[in-house]
Design a protein around this ligand. Structure first.
Ligand code: ADP
Ligand code: MG
Length: 307
């Protein structure tokens, strides 16, 4: 199968969107942005064996490549519109490409994103790179740098599941709840949209809550106090690894692709209350201080320090 045939067979589903003038097939895609809106562009690359297990299901690899980019779009507060795919394949196996494309298009269809182009190459390692463009009303993008003392810190969904899932991953574990939380992150586009023009700061959690919240604090010149007893932990995670390990996965594990954001409590949009948990507040004192009942835990780069 040559490259032309491969693209035609697996990556040429029609876009069916007025925002796509010309999609896959020419030297470039021609897009029609809505008048007056700002564009947001994100890209994330996944290398097999580094960012996901080499034995992960092809449909999950396709789904995840889109979902982790949707998560960046959500963290900015944007609506996802167009995407491109750069695919480096070791081998072009039809069964694999079929399954990969089905997962990729499934994630794209959930949020109405059109695949409008890409690049296909051969290499020694499977590498999947997805770029997504989204848009939003001018001036409403949510940055890492806007957190203000007094803001409440919220997180979507549950945290820690994905790191546990990755640690339990095996060729036959694809249907396990925690493994699916790693393989198929939930894109929080709805929450992100509700936060556009409203939240003071947001980030998606790819490296663990502690490290990613720290990026908000550094960018905003602020500190934070977290109440570890308020972290949303799934019953599946608690049952699988117990509370101490669950907290560690949540704080330092990564790959959850949930959103962490800060907003004055009174400004939290009513429509997203059920999808988020308040876990702490922004302070003017720099640093990240975590309380777990009577125990005060200061998180440093290396992990926990108890006092
Ligand atoms: P060029 O030689 O101009 O770089 P290609 O032969 O690489 O073009 O690609 C032909 C068309 O197929 C282009 O429209 C390109 O965007 C698209 N394309 C290539 N690979 C992919 C892919 N993996 N997914 C979607 N579209 C792709
Ligand atoms: Mg060309």
């Amino acid at each position: 199968m040559d490259e032309f045939e491969l693209i035609g067979r697996y990556f040429s589903r029609p876009a069916n969107s007025p925002a796509v003038v010309a999609g896959v097939g020419d030297d470039g895609a021609v897009l029609r942005p809505a008048a007056g809106r700002e564009l947001v562009t994100v890209i994330d690359t996944m290398v097999a064996g580094t960012h996901f297990p080499t034995t992960m299901r092809a449909e999950d690899i396709g789904y995840r490549a889109v979902a982790i980019n949707l998560s960046d779009i959500a963290a900015m507060g944007a609506v996802p519109r167009w995407m491109t795919l750069a695919l480096t394949l070791v081998e072009a196996e039809p069964w694999w490409l079929e399954a990969f494309a089905s997962g990729l298009y499934e994630a794209a269809a959930e949020w109405g994103v059109a695949l409008v182009g890409g690049d296909t190459t051969k290499g020694d390692q499977l590498v999947v790179s997805v770029q997504i463009e989204g848009d939003l009303e001018p001036g409403t993008a949510v940055y890492r740098s806007g957190a203000k003392p007094g803001d409440t810190i919220f997180v979507t969904g549950t945290v820690g599941d994905a790191a546990a899932g990755l640690s339990r991953f095996s060729r036959d574990s694809g249907d396990d709840y925690l493994v699916r939380r790693f393989a198929r992150p939930t894109a929080r586009i709805g929450v992100g949209r509700a936060l556009a023009g409203v939240a003071n700061a947001a980030i998606d959690i790819s490296d663990g809550l502690a490290g990613d919240l720290r990026k908000i604090l550094d960018a905003s010149g602020a500190g934070a106090e977290l109440d570890l007893q308020r972290l949303p932990l799934s019953k599946e995670l608690l049952a699988a690894v117990g509370r101490a390990q669950a907290l560690d996965y949540a704080m330092r594990g990564g790959d959850d692709y949930e959103l962490c954001f800060t907003v004055p409590e009174s400004a939290l949009p009513a429509g997203i209350v059920a999808q988020v948990a308040a876990i702490g507040r922004i302070t003017s004192q720099p640093g990240l201080v975590c309380r777990d009942g009577e125990t005060v835990v200061v998180i440093d780069e290396a992990g926990y320090r108890h006092f």
